[in-house]
Design a binder for this molecule. Structure first.
Ligand code: PGA
Length: 253
């Protein structure tokens, strides 16, 4: 089974409406239309609607950075997956900043993954160990737990639409990054866990990307890792030129 390479830019709480629109304009001008790489950017909630009218989805797609899991109701300040439907293709769920700053629980994350799938959005489920868990040698168990909890109640057919983003918390925005050579071990843990839950075919279909201090300089090393299907990029995605350079490195044709 061939899995299409996925390059995702997570803008976090950056770029105003005007800046975001200019960025997209630049990106669509610079990016070649190629079918071997899927390019996705995740702007702030506020900008999604107008950017969704501006984008050419053949070149770049949109992701939300979060969503709420109920479809409507008295939940002040929240944006449900049901309202994102039609505007974005993907939604990032369980980013470590959501888990740690906004105290999202495994249960919230599980419900959000289900809400995304119910509303025909592809969830990008973020998992990853903290520096402390890494020091204690608990990486494997942490990843297994986050997968089991995040994907509970999902069917083997739905798992095809899920992307797993391995983002070690200690590597996010820190300049420290996982050694590409260490990723093989982690990829094995992730696919073994998916096999355990959904079977071998599902484990081969699901895309797994890496995130954490990815830059123009180290992107090629990750893209060369066997079994890794792409990148989730924070800081380096804020500059359209750098992001384009990383996408270009992902093209195989
Ligand atoms: P970073 O962020 O590339 O700035 O480390 C990655 C992320 O948080 O998704």
């Amino acid at each position: 089974m061939t899995r299409k390479t996925l390059i995702i830019g997570n803008w976090k709480m950056n770029l105003t409406m005007h800046e975001a629109s200019l960025y997209l304009h630049k990106l669509m001008e610079q990016l070649p239309v190629r079918r071997d790489v899927e390019v996705v950017v995740a702007p702030t909630m506020l900008t999604l609607q107008s950017l969704s009218l501006q984008i050419k989805r053949r070149i770049v797609k949109l992701a939300a950075q979060n969503c709420y899991w109920r479809d409507h109701g008295p939940y002040t300040g929240e944006v449900p997956a049901s309202h994102l439907h039609g505007m974005v293709d993907y939604v990032i769920i369980g980013h470590s900043e959501r888990r740690h700053i906004f105290m999202e629980s495994d249960k919230d994350i599980r419900f959000k993954v289900q809400a995304a799938l119910r509303n025909r959005l592809q969830p990008i489920l973020c998992i990853g160990e903290t520096a402390h868990e890494r020091t204690l040698g608990e990486t494997r168990e942490v990843l297994q737990d986050q997968i089991v909890n995040g994907l509970a109640n999902i069917t083997a057919e739905e798992i095809d639409h899920v992307v797993i983003a391995y983002e070690p918390v200690w590597a996010i925005g820190s300049g420290e990054y996982a050694q590409p050579s260490d990723l093989a071990k982690v990829l094995k843990v992730i696919r073994q866990q998916i096999t355990h839950l959904f079977g071998k075919e599902a484990a081969e279909a699901v895309r797994v990307v890496y995130g954490g201090s990815v830059s123009v300089d180290n992107a090629s090393d990750y893209l060369a890792v066997a079994g890794l299907d792409g990148l989730l990029i924070g800081g380096a995605s804020l500059d359209a030129y750098q992001f384009t350079e990383i996408v270009k490195k992902a093209h195989k044709e």
